[in-house]
Design a protein around this ligand. Structure first.
Ligand SMILES: *Cc1c(COP(=O)(O)O)cnc(C)c1O
Length: 369
């Protein structure tokens, strides 16, 4: 699905040098590279605080911990996302309240969120799925009306921009907290695991920094129950080199998406991705809908031709075994269920060229003919 090696070769000299520098320095944990990357990312995002941590799942977990949510509190999120979004809600003993998605953007459906608010609701987690922002204007307005926290899951949308009446905002900087992941295949990926939390709230940032470090306020004095969640110095050094390339990486993905659109946009058996007018799409995934029951056959055909593609996601959360709940069943979220049955993500990365895409589109058309 992604060509990480090709991308590495373009920046190899710098990466090799900086990784060796960290090894020579032996400042493996909380070394200067971590602080430097944190500051670079704060400047890029235009956010007051970046709190680096070990991965995107931890970023979500420590965010909910820092907001002081208590067992029984309800957290509304989308049923069509990577499992991590709901996993942390369940792990903390909070109650996940799942809702359906918008049929065009595949992002959380604002009206469904509105209908799901109860006196126990404390937070909403919109996921900026596949690289474009959810309807943040509507979600933030709803949250203000009801006194709710907003935790953005921006693991797939780092560098995406959202436009509203006030101007433009980077994904993850609009809610009380934003979370991202630096998993290797994400748009800003490191060479292992990594993640970060963003916030403009000074007090919340201070709490988050304590929580990711064992709840420690001064050495061996623990005022809160925390976790051990750090970004390695080596990963920070790599991310610091890659961050200035992020806008270029996202532009390369958009160019590739434009080429797929031109090749497949008029085919009657597929729908190409919708582009919301108020957000830039960073195409973490380029996800088609394949109609008329051809999806699984097409997946098999492409894989047999050596074209890596995948289904994100085959089963919405409300139908996952670990998350089965008497509140929900098959048919309750018809949009997410229909999308799960038809979605197919094509190869998408920064090194994709027109020739490869013509081959991929050719095989798609050949199979569907
Ligand atoms: C990747 C991802 C996460 C989790 O990130 P990790 O770094 O793998 O823990 C969370 N939410 C979404 C939507 C993701 O795509």
């Amino acid at each position: 699905m992604v060509d990480l090696h090709g991308q590495y070769l373009r920046i190899k000299d710098e990466i090799d040098r900086e990784v060796l520098n960290v090894i020579e320095s032996t400042a493996f944990i909380n070394g200067p590279a971590v602080k430097a990357f944190q500051e670079d990312l704060e400047a890029y995002l235009g956010v007051r605080h970046v709190i680096p941590c070990a991965n995107g799942t931890d970023a979500l977990q420590v965010s909910l911990m820092a907001l002081g949510l208590k067992p029984g509190d309800e957290v509304i999120t989308t049923t069509f996302t990577f499992i991590a979004t709901a996993e942390v809600i369940a792990l903390l003993g909070l109650t996940p309240v799942l809702v359906d998605i918008d049929p065009r953007s595949f992002n959380i459906d604002l009206e469904a969120v509105r209908r799901s608010i109860t006196p126990r609701t404390r937070a909403i987690i919109p996921v900026h799925l596949f690289g474009q922002c959810a309807d943040m204007d509507g979600i933030l307005r709803l949250a203000r009306e009801h006194g709710l926290y907003v935790v953005e899951d921006a693991a797939q949308a780092i560098g995406s921009t959202y436009y509203d009446a006030e101007g433009s905002h980077k994904a993850g900087t609009m809610g009380h907290v934003g979370c991202t992941s630096f998993f290797p295949s994400k748009n800003l990926g490191c060479y292992g695991d990594g993640g970060a939390v963003f916030t403009n709230d000074d007090a919340l940032a201070a709490t988050l920094r304590v929580i990711v470090n064992h709840g420690m306020t001064r050495r061996y004095y623990h005022d809160l129950v925390g976790v051990n969640s750090r970004l390695d110095s080596i990963q920070a050094a790599i991310l610091r080199i890659k961050l200035p390339h992020l806008d270029g990486y996202n532009a390369a993905r958009r160019d590739a998406a434009d080429r797929y659109d031109a090749l497949l946009g008029r085919h009657p058996k597929v729908s190409v991705p919708f582009r919301s007018p108020n957000t830039s799409h960073t195409f973490h995934q380029y996800t088609l809908l394949v109609h008329d029951g051809y999806r699984d056959g097409l997946l098999e055909h492409l894989q047999s031709k050596g074209i890596p593609c995948a289904i994100y996601y085959p089963v919405p959360l409300h139908l996952q075994k670990a998350y089965l709940d008497p509140r929900y069943g098959q048919g309750d979220f018809p949009v997410a269920e229909a999308v799960a049955a038809e979605c197919l993500s094509l190869p998408m990365h920064t090194e994709l060229d027109a020739e490869q895409q013509e081959y991929i589109a050719g095989e798609i058309k050949a199979f569907l003919a």
